[in-house]
Design a protein. Sequence first.
Length: 453
Amino acid sequence: MIQNILRKYDIRGKYPIEINEDVAYQVGLSFGSFLKEKDYKNVVIGKDVRLSSNSLYKNVLKGLSDSSIDVIEIKECTTPMCAYATLFFKTASLMVTASHNPKDENGFKFFMKDNISLCGDELQTYYDYLNKGKFLKGKGKISYYNLEKDYIKEILHNLHIENNNLKVIVDPGNGATALIADKVFSKLNINYKIICGTPDGNFPNHHPDPSVEENLEMLKKEVIKEKADLGVSYDGDGDRIGVVLNNGKYISADLLMIIFVKNILSELSKKDILFDVKCSLNMKKEILKLGGNPILYKTGASFVKNKINKDKILFGGEYSGHLVFNDKYLGIDDGIYSSLRLIEILANNKKPLTYYLDDIIPFKNTPEIKIATPDNIKFKVIDKICEYCQNNNISFIDIDGLRIEENDYMVSLRASNTGPNLTLRIEALTEKQLNELQEKYLKLINDYKKELL
């Protein structure tokens, strides 16, 4: 097994160089054996719409079955549907997907029962088991279940959408949500239009990553053209959301979370709101202003979701667009469900979403800046910058790298869990201050890289 495809959240790499049918079979055989030794009787398997997913799926399926565990196929689906299957069937699941990655990549996500994403130390335990190569042998039964009706019923049953004058543009990006988006939205009392709505693993219209603004250009144009109230987009496997407002402007996921906080916090029995270290200072400020308890946490959708569910936090999310509702939903990061909750706000309050952002501080910000940094020094570079801050009386928070919070600016620097990179994000009140901070911290990073190489 190629070690660099074993990531902190999942297995992911280029097809067929790193991820191929032999790897898929070994993943199935090992994960099935791993589950059987933990007394699981069966496992669910799903796949996204990538061109390589069907072939990989067949080999994972064979590996699972050859480990003696029984397998329930749900076939093509979104990752949230595969996570929902762990609750529906009360067992584990495996999803063949590379999420928002380019079309020539693929991989595998793992869920234990009760929607627990296998990640971090727990995923490493599985990797250790995988690398030992001592697996069970047998022949498990294979069955198929169409989960669509149960899933759709679940995501709709607690919603109250009454305004049929709404117009929403939906962009599945030719990804897995294209399988089910029309079936969901057709049950709502609204006007909607779907673009890029044919499942196609070539992703012919744009890259399926809604956290990158340039990927939403088609959606922006359609919202303006149709004079829509809202545009929503999803990533390749459907667990993230991107949003375009009625004025055609893209908003980042932390601003989207602020809209949700303003609308649901008063109704929550527990006022904790969790967000990751890349989110704006506005998150903390708005939560405090509204009487909530802000909880800053490390980046990583799997980490965030597991923490929210473990601590029974009712709402939270991260900057990349993974939002987790635990109030009226099941604690799954689900792009389609997030958009339904946004439509619910629009329908019942009869105010444009821009209304909820009028009073926030207009910070200038950088996009996520990725700085190529070898794995063997990336954490040492962060240690050096922490030392620099200590020596210069700069206060910082050391959750997942370092985060500097002042009233007028924020700096977040962390090491990527998925590759040889550092990720820098900065916000400030003025462009001048933003440019100065960016220049300062990029220089520090590059100086320490040279020193450590």
